[in-house]
Design a protein. Sequence first.
Length: 423
Amino acid sequence: MPLIALGLNHQTAPLALREKVALDAGRLPEALAGLRGLEGVEEAALLSTCNRTEIYAQVTDGREPALADWLERHHGLESGALSDYLYLHSDAAAVRHLFRVATGLDSLILGEPQILGQVKEAWQAARDGHSLRTPLDRLFQQTFAVAKRVRTDTRIGAHPVSVAFAAVRLARRVFSELDRACVLLIGAGDTIELAARHLVETKVQRLLVANRTLEHAQSLATRHGGVAIALADVSRHLPEADIVISATASREPILRKDAVQAALKARKHRPMFLLDLAVPRDIAADVADLPDVYVYTIDDLEQAIEENRASRREAAQQAEAIIELQVEHYLSWWQAQGRQDALRKLRAGGVAAREELLAKAQAELARGEAPEHVLERLAHQLTNKLLHGPSAALRQAALDGDAELLRAAERLYESDDDAQPAP
């Protein structure tokens, strides 16, 4: 029963498709239940970020396509709509992939730290939904240990970068006088928090923070010297904003074309820089058609972050070496579990046979049968029951010419006397 990782990410699928399969955190328990209910799915976890949607699961051989079918059905897509964009990793490759994801080696920004927290959230959601069993649960826990070791033993975390850092850097390139700009931040999560920190470092003049929950906006604005506004008031304040950075979990656009068009008119067509870090997008796609508007999405950050990669590539090579070693460690544990399962099955069968025949012998004694006859029959029946399966398997092995199984049986049933070295 293989471990698999199936999904799509920023390397294989465009933003327009990634936003269609992004999983709403509020519906994650429902999605996990549906996935876990599929025939042949032993355990499963779901990871969904702005750059990826992935399924980690242990499944019956041959059931991997059912996961892709489920992903399409769950998001209302036509059959085969994702086939050209999905990747599938099994066993060692799946383990390696999760390790690389959690350490930031598979991220748009090499080594970015936020992904580890998102992997932990995916693991916790799967645990809360009772969709994990020992192999996958153990894999996630080892993943966290691997990520910690990579951060400790390499410089992959040097020169802190994030999507928010890249966004502010891009804003500085497009808007040369950032310290005189008014910036509107929409959202109050980690990405917006990081963006606020970087903006304060650039000494931005005015900072507006909008969020659906005004208290969250007020808390973030207070920490960074900004002003909080309600999300419902964004259109009214939009003309003030030279730069808008948005990252919410909304399923529908926050900024639509008519609102931006009205803001441009009020600004007398002074340019606006809009940076959408959300998946699904917070800024309607047709806003980019307006004159005097520069709209960037998360996929447009590639060029802005390329120079950050060079300083991290050597550390990434060291991280890859650590990961390869840890893949071997996990697979050794997993294979040992398989052998222990066989041993547990063998012992359980022996115990069941003993209990069945002992109960039968006790009943015979209670009826007054001669103890010596009962004991002789018990020993004979127990011997036959314990040896029937192995004997049948060895006979078949002899017929099939399975020399490996026959040699293993010789070692297994070697007596103490046979095992002694010759004098």
